[in-house]
Ligand binder design. Structure first.
Ligand SMILES: Nc1ncnc2c1ncn2[C@@H]1O[C@H](COP(=O)(O)OP(=O)(O)OP(=O)(O)O)[C@@H](O)[C@H]1O
Ligand SMILES: [Mg+2]
Length: 368
């Protein structure tokens, strides 16, 4: 028998080479497919889908390695899943394993390029699992924070309500007790009541009557400050109107813009807004540098919520405020309290100063 001709054997070698090249190209394509498909799925994984996605990736790995199925388990032996930065060989143990029959370890994959592709997918799976874990942790923290914030709001709200209740109680006591007694004293000194027709005689009478009248005025002022009487009796608009008028009496030009027939607001909201207006007006008297134009407006609608604005065209911050330790000697808490009052009802306060004056805006975003 003649051996194969040299030409034929060259042809056979070429076919074998071609086949080898084809296999290598196929294998490369399979590796690329594995990486791009697993990578794409993992990138889109979310908290609710991560388990299914990881399981699907494990299935792809099994298929790539010529096996039917795979599972993910907390214990090995198997192909380890690690968080980023914990590569194989570091002390940290994998947090889970992809279990595929016949592959107790990466070294069981004979082809080095296949091994590298599988290692990359395992790394991506580990990174995805730890990304989702971080997101879940962040979600838990945010929820805890929000809960704490709500509790704080509730506590501060309760505090203000309790404070207002206590003030109301005090004002009642003063009104019904001390103020009545002082008024009786004035009547007694001035005379003209049923029981005391004649004024009390004596050289000190006029002086005593004057002191008694001042006493009544002072008590009334305290009562007024303790309890927003107007607010209780007539509602927010009238109470704000009263603040505006009292400024006008002192020479300020007030533009008052609060619509009549205003919206019914919860009492805690009315109290907070009134107290903010009261402090803003008191600050205008104390710091704006004398009579100047003032605006006081209230807007409320279902879309943009409630906005109270008090602005003055006084000296604003054009003069230098006291700074340093001395500046804290007074209380200077009015602004802080305005902020807290608004926070307590779920709103916020904006305090803006310029050389042209100061503007205080209290906003409550909730629809009515
Ligand atoms: N309308 C205003 N015009 C100019 N400056 C103002 C005005 N309102 C506030 N300020 C400045 O802001 C500072 C802080 O105001 P805040 O109401 O907190 O304190 P206060 O009025 O000085 O004291 P408190 O309100 O505690 O009695 C004031 O001391 C003042 O310097
Ligand atoms: Mg103040």
């Amino acid at each position: 028998m003649e051996s194969a001709s040299p030409l034929l054997s060259t042809q056979i070698e070429t076919v074998a080479e071609l086949r080898e090249l084809y296999r290598a190209a196929e294998a490369r394509a399979a590796r690329l497919r594995l990486l791009s498909q697993a990578g794409g799925e993992l990138a889109l994984a979310e908290m609710t889908t991560v388990e299914t996605v990881l399981q699907a990736c494990a299935g792809r790995l099994a298929h790539f390695l010529g096996r039917g199925r795979a599972s993910i388990a907390p214990q090995g032996p198997g192909l380890g899943l690690r968080a980023p930065g914990q590569s194989e060989g570091t002390a940290a143990a994998p947090f889970a394993f992809v279990i595929i029959d016949g592959f107790a370890d990466l070294s069981d994959i004979p082809d080095s390029e296949d091994r590298e592709a599988v290692r990359l997918v395992l790394e991506l799976m580990g990174a995805t699992a730890s990304r989702i874990e971080r997101e879940a942790e962040r979600g838990r923290l945010t929820a805890t924070l929000r809960e704490r914030e709500q509790r704080l709001e509730y506590v501060v709200g309760r505090l203000f309500t309790a404070q207002e209740d206590e003030r109301r109680r005090l004002s009642h006591e003063l009104h019904d007790g001390v103020a009545q007694t002082a008024t009786a004293l004035v009547r007694l000194l001035e005379g003209g009541t049923d029981r005391v027709k004649e004024p009390v005689a004596g050289p000190q009478r006029a002086r005593l009557a004057q002191i008694a009248r001042e006493l009544v005025q002072e008590i009334r002022a305290i009562i007024g400050g303790l309890r927003p009487t107007l607010l209780d009796d007539l509602g927010l608009r009238a109470a704000l109107r009263y603040l505006a008028e009292s400024l006008e009496t002192d020479g300020y030009t007030v533009t008052f813009d609060v619509p009549v027939g205003a919206m019914p607001l919860p009492s805690a909201v009315e109290t907070a807004l009134f107290r903010v207006a009261q402090e803003a007006v008191s600050n205008i008297r104390k710091h704006a540098g004398g009579p100047c134009p003032v605006t006081l407006s209230l807007r409320a609608d279902a879309d943009s919520g409630i906005t109270l604005q008090i602005g003055d065209a006084g000296r604003g911050l054009s003069y230098s405020e006291p700074t340093g330790l001395g500046a804290r000697q007074g209380m200077h808490v009015g602004r802080e309290v305005m902020h807290e009052r608004m926070l307590a009802i779920g709103g916020h306060l904006l305090w803006e100063a310029s050389p042209d004056g100061v503007s205080v805006t209290a906003h409550l975003p909730q629809p009515l």
